[in-house]
Design a protein around this ligand. Structure first.
Ligand SMILES: [Fe+2]
Length: 615
């Protein structure tokens, strides 16, 4: 991803502290990897992608207090505040330090000293922009405190009667002040929820209580490595070793995951699941009052033994959930599996790929699933050489794999090359039997690794139609928007999810401009290339537009509403905008009681679905 904008940024107060005074901006690179928790021994270090590396662009800038205070050199200074939550060590926690024996206390002191030296050394050198908290969590990328549920919010306009339920959106929200490197994607997961009941709206936001957050809160400081901001080069290796050493001495427990659960959300089998692809999901419940509560780290009743990507696909017809798991260290690098409507997991299907590859998203059709095996790969050896383990492999030819959704193994998988294609997200796919083609709709990014490594070349994200001919094994790729004057970076969005895997005419996507901010959304006619834009307003920015169908059996595919969190960078207020998706008329604006940072992906849970929620 790219990072926050360079100009007019505001920084969290902590970054102005003396200990970070030596930080300077600089162009460069790094990467994301996080440890797989399951292997405590140092020789079993398993780096896993923390791909919260989601949407690159769902985030622009600033906080709930006073906005920016410009300095003489035109760079803004922060007045934003990070959540001032007190770390409350739990006396009864085995990770609080209170129960440590003498050896543990000695080990903790020694490891703390090593970490202190390491941090001191790191801060002697400029941090890359992609790991500099002054860049990464400036402006409305900055974290907020939890907001207990607030009812009867002011509404301008009228909330459509058909909207009943709760809109939830995930995001990265670091609980603790960054010690050194920090990338926006590294933040702890926080879910923002707007509940609609009888024309009224409430709002709440809560951290997802991941295993890492629970332990760090008990200790009163961050101790888990930050997958993107810290794990690169030699210092990244050192931090991994510190992490595992603390595990060996029982100073922390990484056996139950290290993920931040900050990227995706899906409501499946009566559970809202918060996900990041470096861990298994977390079950978060919506309380009757509209608040949120973390239930548990959810392994589907013991069935899920590996990580799961944050973009599983829910088939609107069968109710099944399809997913991938990938590993950046050891084979199998890629696995596919599915869950029945009632949550029964299928056996894993191992998919042979030659290298561990970034695979943030995939697609389904009625009969197939499609995986993008592209040019952004993981080379841990690069870390040993001092660089980033996320690499753009120019010698690799991108390809898409197609396999029957119910295949028991990958022997019949068909690979179709799609040269120079890198789609971080795939918005939909469908079959066109008349031409033996699979049509895939995605946003093709250039440079391919610009999400992960800073580069001088401006990022482009082109909404594209990719055709995979299963008979000839050939592909074609073309921009959907043919008119050059209409060209725009499009990322983060969706089609009507009731049509997922089927031919869809419309996609609703974030207008990721000025990059990386999102100034509005585009409704794109995928058949004609026609674009209709809705702009959030003067100095108002948002993120992923959520398309909410009016109902599941409406004749018109675009009959529904777009919901989007929007932040006004002039007034420093946040709101939820509700836009008619046929007319692009703003129907209602819900004024929110506190700032909503730019974030990642969301979903909507209808009141009917909520009524059967598992708790
Ligand atoms: Fe994503």
């Amino acid at each position: 991803m790219t990072n926050a904008t360079t100009t007019t940024t505001t920084n969290p107060p902590w970054v102005n502290k003396p200990k970070l005074s030596s930080l300077r901006r600089m162009g460069c690179s790094w990467n994301h990897l996080s440890l797989s928790p399951q292997k405590p021994s140092s020789q079993e270090l398993r780096l896993k992608i923390n791909c919260s590396a989601q949407s690159v662009l769902h985030f622009p800038k600033q906080s709930s207090a006073p906005p920016t205070v410009p300095t003489s050199n035109s760079t803004a200074i922060t007045t934003i505040s990070c959540p001032k939550e007190e770390a409350k060590p739990k006396a009864d926690s085995c990770f609080s330090g209170g129960g440590w024996n003498l050896l543990q206390r000695v080990a903790a002191a020694a490891l703390d000293a090593v970490e202190g030296k390491l941090t001191e050394h790191e801060l002697e050198h400029p941090l890359p922009r992609t790991a500099d908290p002054r860049v990464q969590i400036a402006g409305n990328f900055a974290p907020v405190p939890e907001q207990p549920v607030c009812h009867a919010l002011p509404v301008a306009g009228k909330i459509p009667e058909c909207i009943n339920g709760v809109y939830v959106r995930n995001g990265a929200n670091p609980h603790f002040e960054p010690v050194a490197g920090h990338h926006f994607f590294d933040g702890d997961g926080m879910v923002h929820a707007v509940q609609f009941k009888n024309g009224a709206a409430s709002y709440a936001c809560r951290f997802t209580e991941t295993q890492r957050l629970v332990q760090e809160k008990a200790l009163g400081r961050p101790v888990f490595p930050k997958a993107i901001g810290e794990l690169h080069g030699h210092s990244g290796i050192a931090r991994l070793m510190l992490f595992y050493a603390r595990g060996i001495f029982g100073l922390l427990d990484h056996s139950n995951g290290t993920g931040v659960a900050n990227a995706g959300l899906v409501y499946f089998n009566n559970r809202l699941l918060a996900m990041s692809e470096d861990d298994i999901p977390y079950h978060v419940s919506v309380t009757p009052s509209g608040d949120l509560k973390t239930v548990e780290r959810y392994d589907f009743d013991g069935q899920l033994k590996s990580t799961m990507i944050a973009h599983p696909k829910l088939d609107p017809v069968s109710g099944e959930l399809f997913a991938l798991s990938y590993d950046v260290i050891q084979k199998p690098y890629l696995k596919y599996f599915r869950f029945s409507k009632t949550g029964k997991k299928s056996p894993d299907v191992e998919i042979p790929v030659p290298d561990p590859t970034m695979m943030h998203d995939f697609a389904i059709t009625e009969r197939f699933f499609i995986v993008p095996d592209q040019q952004v790969v993981f080379k841990i050896s690069e870390m040993i050489r001092g660089g980033s383990p996320v690499v753009y492999d120019k010698n690799k030819v991108s390809r898409f794999g197609v396999l029957n959704k119910y295949a028991k193994d990958a022997s019949e998988m068909k690979w179709v090359e799609v040269p120079d294609c890198f789609c971080f997200h795939l918005w939909n796919a469908w079959e066109e039997p008349e031409t033996d083609e699979i049509v895939v709709i995605g946003s093709c990014m250039t440079p391919p690794d610009s999400i992960f490594n800073e580069c001088d070349e401006g990022l482009k994200s082109v909404l594209s139609e990719i055709r995979l001919n299963l008979k000839t094994g050939k592909s074609t790729r073309k921009p959907i928007i043919q008119n050059p004057s209409e060209e725009v970076n499009l990322e983060a969005g969706m089609v009507n999810r009731n049509k997922l895997g089927r031919k869809t005419r419309y996609a609703y996507l974030a207008i990721a401009e000025p990059w990386p901010k999102v100034s509005g959304f585009a409704k794109v006619d995928l058949f004609t290339g026609e674009v209709k834009k809705f702009i959030y307003g003067d100095e108002k920015y948002g993120g992923e537009p959520l398309f909410l169908p009016r109902n599941s059996d409406s004749d018109a595919e675009d009959d529904g509403y777009i919901l989007a969190f929007v932040h006004d960078e002039k007034t420093w207020k946040s709101e939820l905008q509700i836009v008619n998706s046929q007319t692009l008329h703003l129907e209602a604006t819900v004024k929110l009681p506190s700032r909503v940072p730019y974030g990642f992906h969301g979903t909507f849970i209808t009141a009917t679905d909520l009524s059967t929620q598992a708790v």
